[in-house]
Design a protein around this ligand. Structure first.
Ligand code: ADP
Length: 161
């Protein structure tokens, strides 16, 4: 069985992430979307909230599982029997860091390869941090966020500011 992992912060999941999930899920028997716990970051949504939102937006996708991990990605992949990490590439700015990470992950776990999917043009500019900025200005978020989580996002913005 071919198993791939799509790791990220997903704070929150955007339509750009969802596009990568839907496209990657077609290429593997199973795609595990994994929220990676990163102690350096101060997320807008808790780990449980991010996992819950991802589960809601992927619930129609049969071969997609949502999980979380605070392990090293290369170790987590080994423990799940995954041979591929999927990454989305938006612009050249993503490339250098992702290239470095791919080489390190392969060194740590030689059974692990990284495959890149290019962002579709309408999502090239989209990042979770951009959506958070837009949230302050009450713009229509329906081009950026999956419908199922827009109210969660608006509620969090209102709570905070
Ligand atoms: P962000 O950069 O939005 O905070 P994450 O850290 O959660 O997102 O990123 C997880 C993965 O999703 C990374 O591989 C990232 O390059 C990819 N990704 C994020 N946004 C997009 C997008 N709009 N289109 C394609 N890939 C994306």
């Amino acid at each position: 069985m071919s198993i791939a992992i799509y790791p990220g912060s997903f704070d929150p999941v955007t339509k750009g992430h969802l596009n990568i999930i839907a496209r990657a899920a077609k290429s593997f028997d199973k795609l595990i979307v994994c929220v990676m716990v990163n102690s350096d970051k101060h997320p807008m949504f808790s780990l449980e909230e991010r996992v819950d939102m991802l589960r809601r937006v992927t619930c129609g996708m049969e071969n997609v599982e949502v999980d979380f991990s605070d392990s090293l990605l290369a170790e987590y992949a080994k423990s799940r029997g995954a041979g591929v990490i999927v990454k989305g590439l938006r612009a050249m700015s993503d490339f250098e860091r992702e290239f470095q990470m791919a080489i390190i992950n392969h060194k740590l776990n030689p059974g692990l390869d990284t495959m890149f999917l290019t962002a579709e043009h309408q999502f090239m500019y989209l990042s979770s941090s951009m959506v958070k900025e837009m949230g302050h200005y009450h713009v229509d978020l329906s081009d950026f966020l999956p419908q199922e989580i827009i109210l969660d996002f608006i509620a969090r913005i209102q709570e905070r500011y």
